[in-house]
Design a protein around this ligand. Structure first.
Ligand SMILES: *[C@@H]1O[C@H](CO)[C@@H](O)[C@H](O)[C@H]1NC(C)=O
Ligand SMILES: *[C@@H]1O[C@H](CO)[C@@H](O)[C@H](O)[C@H]1NC(C)=O
Ligand SMILES: *[C@@H]1O[C@H](CO)[C@@H](O)[C@H](O)[C@H]1NC(C)=O
Ligand SMILES: *[C@@H]1O[C@H](CO)[C@@H](O)[C@H](O)[C@H]1NC(C)=O
Ligand SMILES: *[C@@H]1O[C@H](CO)[C@@H](O)[C@H](O)[C@H]1NC(C)=O
Length: 804
């Protein structure tokens, strides 16, 4: 066996400036957890400082880089593109995934990038450390589906290290798990003979060795542990006989392997459902750039496998070292009665340009194994559709948190997805026998006859007129149930919540409230329902269940014949977010917060607060209430307490239009919206038959018709895959503000002779790759120059206030 020499252990240590400022979650922070024993510090740093450090790493030919920092802003363009440049320059970047666990949807950037090795933390009992951030990645929401992250986990709790002065100290956090992996990477580098390093070693081959060698832990799912606990010896064995190749991570999706395959294994596939999306990562150890040689193909292992139809999506160019392969899976109509398993493999051919001294391109076939479970299509009453499309989250804009009591997490950034911060609700609904599907496209893109209830929770976006019209028809004529959980919305409070952001040198104001009440009121107008602008708080009890109303809204309009519940809650809207919510003004009349209504063939339930469904900052859950509302909306089962004659309205509750909350006029909402200024179109998260169309038409003679206007997809194509060649992700421009980094030019001026060195030159000489890559590299750099650099403050916390 080769000796374990200490390899080129080159860790970039970044200086961080101490500064006492308002702490914002979009800044990057160190990943030491609350358990760390060093005194509590608050440290802040800017994007430009990181760019300086990364440039230094490139200029000095570093091999491995540990990064124990991160933040939720994956749209910090200069930063993200610099990370691409780092990995494209063949520097292996290992980064901490974040300490925002056990909450889901809390991955930090850059660890969430496919070209970076993202590391989560475990304790010595091989349990995921509670602080370790959980997946999935949220860049892809609402239309797509997140990738599996972290890549691996390593010990990160009570790790002994040396003090700067003398002796030892114990530290906890993904901050310490990451350097453990960086150390392992360095050891692995050292076992490859130096002559072969350049050829064999790169961010993809290293990640392949780590994830293929990792030991899967029993218990945690793939969005908690990735491939599992890092294993030095196994990874060594893999690297020892490594030949450049491409692979898919994860390499298997097995519905029998629960809970590892959560959330997939929690709900079998069935005909008629929205496509189930599985977004895998392509690791290409053959070269920094790669291409798909032939479209992916599905090879069923048995006859039943033909019942599965898969559409694939993947980028044109796999760069740097990594890409994605997304599967959209749908069971064909002829499988509507089928129950059983489907097995087979998806294969994909990839090539990279020849390396120096090679005559032809490098080729590799990679494979993804599928073991799926299928059941007959469940009854309509058991099927729920979750509206993801109208959800907007940070980072594209200042989307404020839903509970104003939560002071240390001011932005809504966990994805608001069934498999992120609503994951416990998802499990609960599955346990209750419901099947729940996700809609990432407008409301015209689903067939209402398939579903018992459309569930709309904590939504920030607006609605197309076609959506409003179709939903009215779906409920009244098609008998669709509708359940809405709203959130606070108060313009005065929003204005008070603004702050000056040091990074962008600009004022930040929430672009909407916890939910977009003016938009929801538009949607619900057809049913005679409207919400107000109070921000209500308090505990109440209904049906023997204790509940906390945490910054919810009130119902101000409701038709006669419905059932409306009022409770003595306190309104804190006037006081704004900064004052003690419970001390301020109370109402003369108890506000209405829960309403239930039969209308036409359908049923509607509305509740003013979503906090009791959201695992992220929940005080008490209201799953019992959700279940009773769904029993009503889907099956017309009426709970005797919720439908008591004492809460029945014999006259409507009304309010003047002028008293309804109004839209903000000072915010250009189209910047954040998928509706305003956009075209109505069904994306590839909807059923294949409506992809690229405007969706289903209104109810016509008992059948839904597809809306005209767009080319439909030929359903008869069976196993043929639709290939959408998308360019590598393009980024929206960084926010205005800040000036072009003087840091970087100063830095370069200091280190090099300015006339001799220019970034594009530096990059081009490092990449011995075809013009295509050089072009993309230059593009990347051009955009770096073009976008005025956003100065990002990054903070570093440790000690007892990891969130503060
Ligand atoms: C990487 O890990 C080392 C060793 O624990 C640590 O000192 C350093 O701060 C980390 N680097 C960054 C950039 O966080
Ligand atoms: C899969 O992930 C990639 C990388 O984040 C993303 O660009 C793509 O849109 C995702 N695709 C789907 C269908 O989720
Ligand atoms: C699928 O791949 C697995 C693992 O690579 C292999 O064992 C199996 O034989 C393959 N099955 C088919 C149908 O190709
Ligand atoms: C609002 O933003 C959109 C795109 O972000 C832009 O096209 C439009 O001109 C803006 N409108 C105003 C009034 O600034
Ligand atoms: C796949 O598509 C091609 C070309 O569009 C067509 O000729 C072929 O019949 C299709 N195959 C199947 C199985 O439908």
């Amino acid at each position: 066996m080769t000796t374990w020499g200490m390899g080129p252990l080159l860790l970039v240590l970044l200086l961080v400036k101490m500064q006492n400022v308002l702490v914002l979650p979009q800044t990057r922070k160190s990943m030491l957890s609350e358990c760390s024993q060093i005194p509590s510090l608050l440290q802040v740093s800017y994007t430009s400082w990181f760019l300086d450090a990364f440039n230094y790493a490139i200029a000095t030919n570093m091999d491995v880089l540990n990064l124990s920092i991160g933040g939720p802003d994956y749209l910090d363009l200069p930063f993200v593109e610099k990370v691409w440049e780092i990995t494209a320059s063949n520097i292996i970047m290992v980064s901490a995934i974040g300490n925002d666990g056990p909450l889901y949807g809390t991955l930090n950037n850059p660890a969430d990038q496919s070209d970076v090795i993202g590391v989560g933390g475990i304790d010595y009992d091989d349990h995921i450390a509670s602080f370790s951030s959980r997946g999935m990645s949220t860049w892809e929401i609402p239309h797509g589906y997140g990738r599996v992250k972290p890549d691996v986990v390593a010990y990160g709790r009570d790790i002994m290290g040396s003090k700067i002065s003398t002796g030892c100290k114990s530290l906890s956090g993904t901050s310490v798990a990451s350097p453990v992996v960086a150390g392992i990477v360095c050891l692995l580098v050292s076992v490859i003979p130096e002559a072969r390093r350049k050829d064999l070693l790169n961010p993809a081959s290293m990640k392949q060795a780590l994830v293929e060698g990792a030991a899967k832990l029993l218990g945690p799912n793939m969005y908690e542990q990735g491939a599992g606990r890092v294993d030095l010896l196994e990874s060594y064995e893999i690297l020892k006989s490594y030949h450049p190749r491409a692979s898919i991570f994860p390499s298997i999706l097995d519905y029998n392997d629960c809970p590892y395959s959560w959330p997939f294994c929690r709900q079998p596939l069935y005909a008629g459902a929205m496509p189930v999306i599985f977004n895998t990562t392509i690791l290409n150890g053959m070269g920094v750039i790669g291409y798909i040689e032939s479209p992916p193909t599905w090879h069923p292992a048995n006859e039943e496998g033909n019942l599965l139809s898969i559409h694939f999506k993947y980028p044109d160019i796999i760069w740097p070292w990594t890409g994605y392969l997304a599967l959209h899976m749908q069971i064909k109509e002829e499988g509507a009665q089928f129950a059983g398993e489907i097995e087979g493999n998806v294969t994909l051919k990839i090539y990279s340009p020849a390396s120096r001294g090679e005559s032809g391109p490098r080729r590799s076939t990679c494979s993804l194994q599928l073991k799926l479970k299928v059941i007959p299509t469940p009854s309509r009453a058991k099927r729920i559709l979750w509206d993801q499309f109208h959800s907007i989250k940070y980072p594209p804009g200042y989307i404020p948190r839903d509970s104003l009591d939560v002071r240390n997490d001011i932005l809504d950034w966990h994805g608001d997805h069934l498999h992120t911060n609503f994951h416990i609700m998802y499990n609960m609904l599955r346990d209750a026998g419901y099947y729940i599907e996700t809609l990432g496209s407008p409301l015209t893109c689903f067939d209402a006859q398939q579903y018992g209830t459309l569930l709309m929770v904590d939504l920030e976006d607006d609605y197309f007129p076609e959506e409003i019209e179709k939903l009215r028809d779906d409920v009244i004529n098609t008998g669709l149930g509708l359940v809405v959980f709203a959130e606070w919305y108060n313009v005065d409070t929003m204005v008070k919540m603004r702050f000056f952001d040091d990074n962008t040198r600009s004022w930040w104001t929430p672009v909407t409230g916890g939910a977009n009440i003016p938009a929801l009121n538009n949607l619900l107008a057809s049913f005679g329902i409207a919400f107000g602008d109070k921000i209500l708080n308090g505990d109440f009890s209904i049906d023997g269940e204790q509940s906390r109303y945490a910054s919810g809204t009130n119902i101000v309009r409701f038709p006669a014949g419905g059932f409306l519940h009022t409770f003595p809650l306190l309104d804190s809207s006037e006081s704004g977010a900064t004052q003690n919510l419970l001390q301020t003004g109370s109402l003369k009349e108890d506000p209405a917060v829960l309403g239930l209504l039969e209308i036409g063939k359908g049923r509607v339930g509305v509740y003013g607060d979503s906090n009791c469904l959201d695992s992220s900052h929940m005080v008490t859950n209201c799953y019992w209430l959700l279940k009773k509302m769904l029993d009503f909306s889907s099956s017309n089962i009426k709970d005797p307490v919720l439908f008591s004659k004492f809460v029945k309205r014999y006259s409507p509750v009304t309010v003047d239009d002028k008293q309804l909350p109004s839209r903000r006029t000072d915010v250009n909402f189209s910047t954040y919206s998928s509706v305003i200024g956009k075209e109505l179109i069904c994306e590839s998260d909807s059923r294949y038959e409506v992809w690229g169309t405007k969706g289903y038409n209104l109810h016509v003679g008992g059948r839904n018709r597809r809306l005209p206007g767009y080319r439909g997809i030929d359903l008869g194509r069976g196993l043929n895959s639709t290939v959408e060649n998308t360019r590598p992700t393009r980024w929206r421009p960084a926010k205005e503000g800040g000036e072009l980094s003087s840091h970087r030019s100063k830095y370069l001026g200091g280190l090099f002779n300015k006339d001799e060195i220019d970034i594009p030159f530096l990059v081009a000489t490092r990449w011995i790759v075809p013009a295509g890559v050089a072009a993309s590299g230059i593009l990347v750099l051009l955009s770096l120059w073009r976008f005025r650099q956003k100065r990002r403050r990054r903070r570093r916390t440790s000690g007892s206030n990891r969130l503060a």
